[in-house]
Design a protein around this ligand. Sequence first.
Ligand code: NAD
Length: 497
Amino acid sequence: MATVLDTKNLANLIGGEWVPAEKSTAVINPATGEEIVQVPLSTKETVDQAVQAAKAAQKEWALVPAPQRAEVLYRVGYLLKENKERLSKLLTMENGKVIEEARGEVQEGIDMAFYMAGEGRRLFGQTTPAELKDKFAMSQRVPVGVVGLITPWNFPIAIATWKSFPAIVAGNAVIWKPATETPIMAYELAKIFEEAGLPKGIVNVVFGSGQEVGDAMVQHEDIRVISFTGSNETGRNIAAECGRHLKKVSLEMGGKNAVIVMEDADLDLAVEGIVWSAFGTSGQRCTACSRVIVHESVKEKLEQKLLTAMEQLTVGNGLDESIKVGPIINKSSIEKINRYIEIGKDEGAKLLAGGYVLNEGEMKDGNYFAPTLFTDAKSDMRIAQEEIFGPVVSLIPVGSFEEAIKVNNSVSYGLSSSIFTKDVNRVFKAQRDLDTGIVYINAGTTGAEIHLPFGGSKGTGNGHRDSGVQALDVYTEWKAVYVDFSGKLQRAQIDVE
Ligand code: NAD
């Protein structure tokens, strides 16, 4: 199937109508530097129009039985499946990730559609004994109303499905602001919602900047939930604003994820796990491995094996099936990565590989960075504490299992961690003591499955989770219902016999 986008100018989707915006900006393919499409830079007035459309539509949608709401998601799942290859290519063009990973990301959306559609026949509440005779007690989930989704560029379709599908099946209407770097997946998913028969106004897409559109969503009194994925700094500001408005806010933010390699580990397997987690998506994943905590007795062996594996990594345009590492999203990210290379050197870490921009030949107009390995890093160095969001990994030698756990937990983030060991006692201690929301045993730090909760502790989040059945908690309120069929007034806690 051809990789075609049916427009050169994206429009907002408001109440089922595609509405062009007055201002727009270019979306650039990070592999080639070419313009792909123009994306609207909308205003706060557009947000308000979308909210009014959503409010009206949501009242009807909430009355549609949940199994019927779910029918739409099943159709969305089949449409994503039919369009998987075309969507994957467009995703690689706007985001840069290599085509194999793009297919994986679209698949995540397909999985999420079928999983959340199943929730249409569950959405379980509780029935529970009442403390009084001839009385019935139950709890049920009810939709919140209009919810706001703010999503980043690094997983432009998967994260949107983690958020929008549970919101929709639970009976809400959605205002979605995608990242301006990657609006094509939003446009394509919105068209799929339309084709699947989602009523007009249930999903509204407003493109634009965080400062204008994102902030207008956070401030809008009729958007009662904000579900945000992005950087820690932005998330903190959003949470503070939501607090002022007594608005529920779910935050999924950065990570400083580590792979621990113990002296008894299968080193070849560990190397595969590290390379995949550190350099997949060019390190631009919230779960990317950016620290390797290695037992000092195997440090040199691991370094050698990593260097050999890194020599095999091909960097280039991700549409080419032979490429393993694609471009970086934009020039300012390249500058940030470069700054961290200098910081690492100044701090005294030893640069073993990479550490420079790639701009020769076919890479000259894109944003490419060489896969980079530091060693002899110390846990308190900035390169071992701060999120770099690029293909840079630092080895931190340690002397024991206990020290490895301590170093892993010494960062302000708490998203994902991993340990390679054959010792079953250490496996169980590690899964208990690693303080992240996701723990992998004998696998890298990436590879979440959609039916499990996704998110992290400490600076990564604020206690909510994306995907999994837990995502429903973000988009529903609990209602407790008591039915007294005694025919007389029975007072709780007082008229108990
Ligand atoms: P970002 O915070 O710059 O932007 C995220 C979204 O927030 C974008 O849509 C942006 O336009 C919007 N935004 C920016 N300023 C805003 C404001 N003042 N008000 C409202 N919205 C605003 O993050 P990014 O650079 O797009 O994404 C990378 C970050 O996302 C990394 O830190 C990464 O770790 C994190 N991330 C986390 C997860 C997770 O689930 N934990 C998943 C993917 C990415």
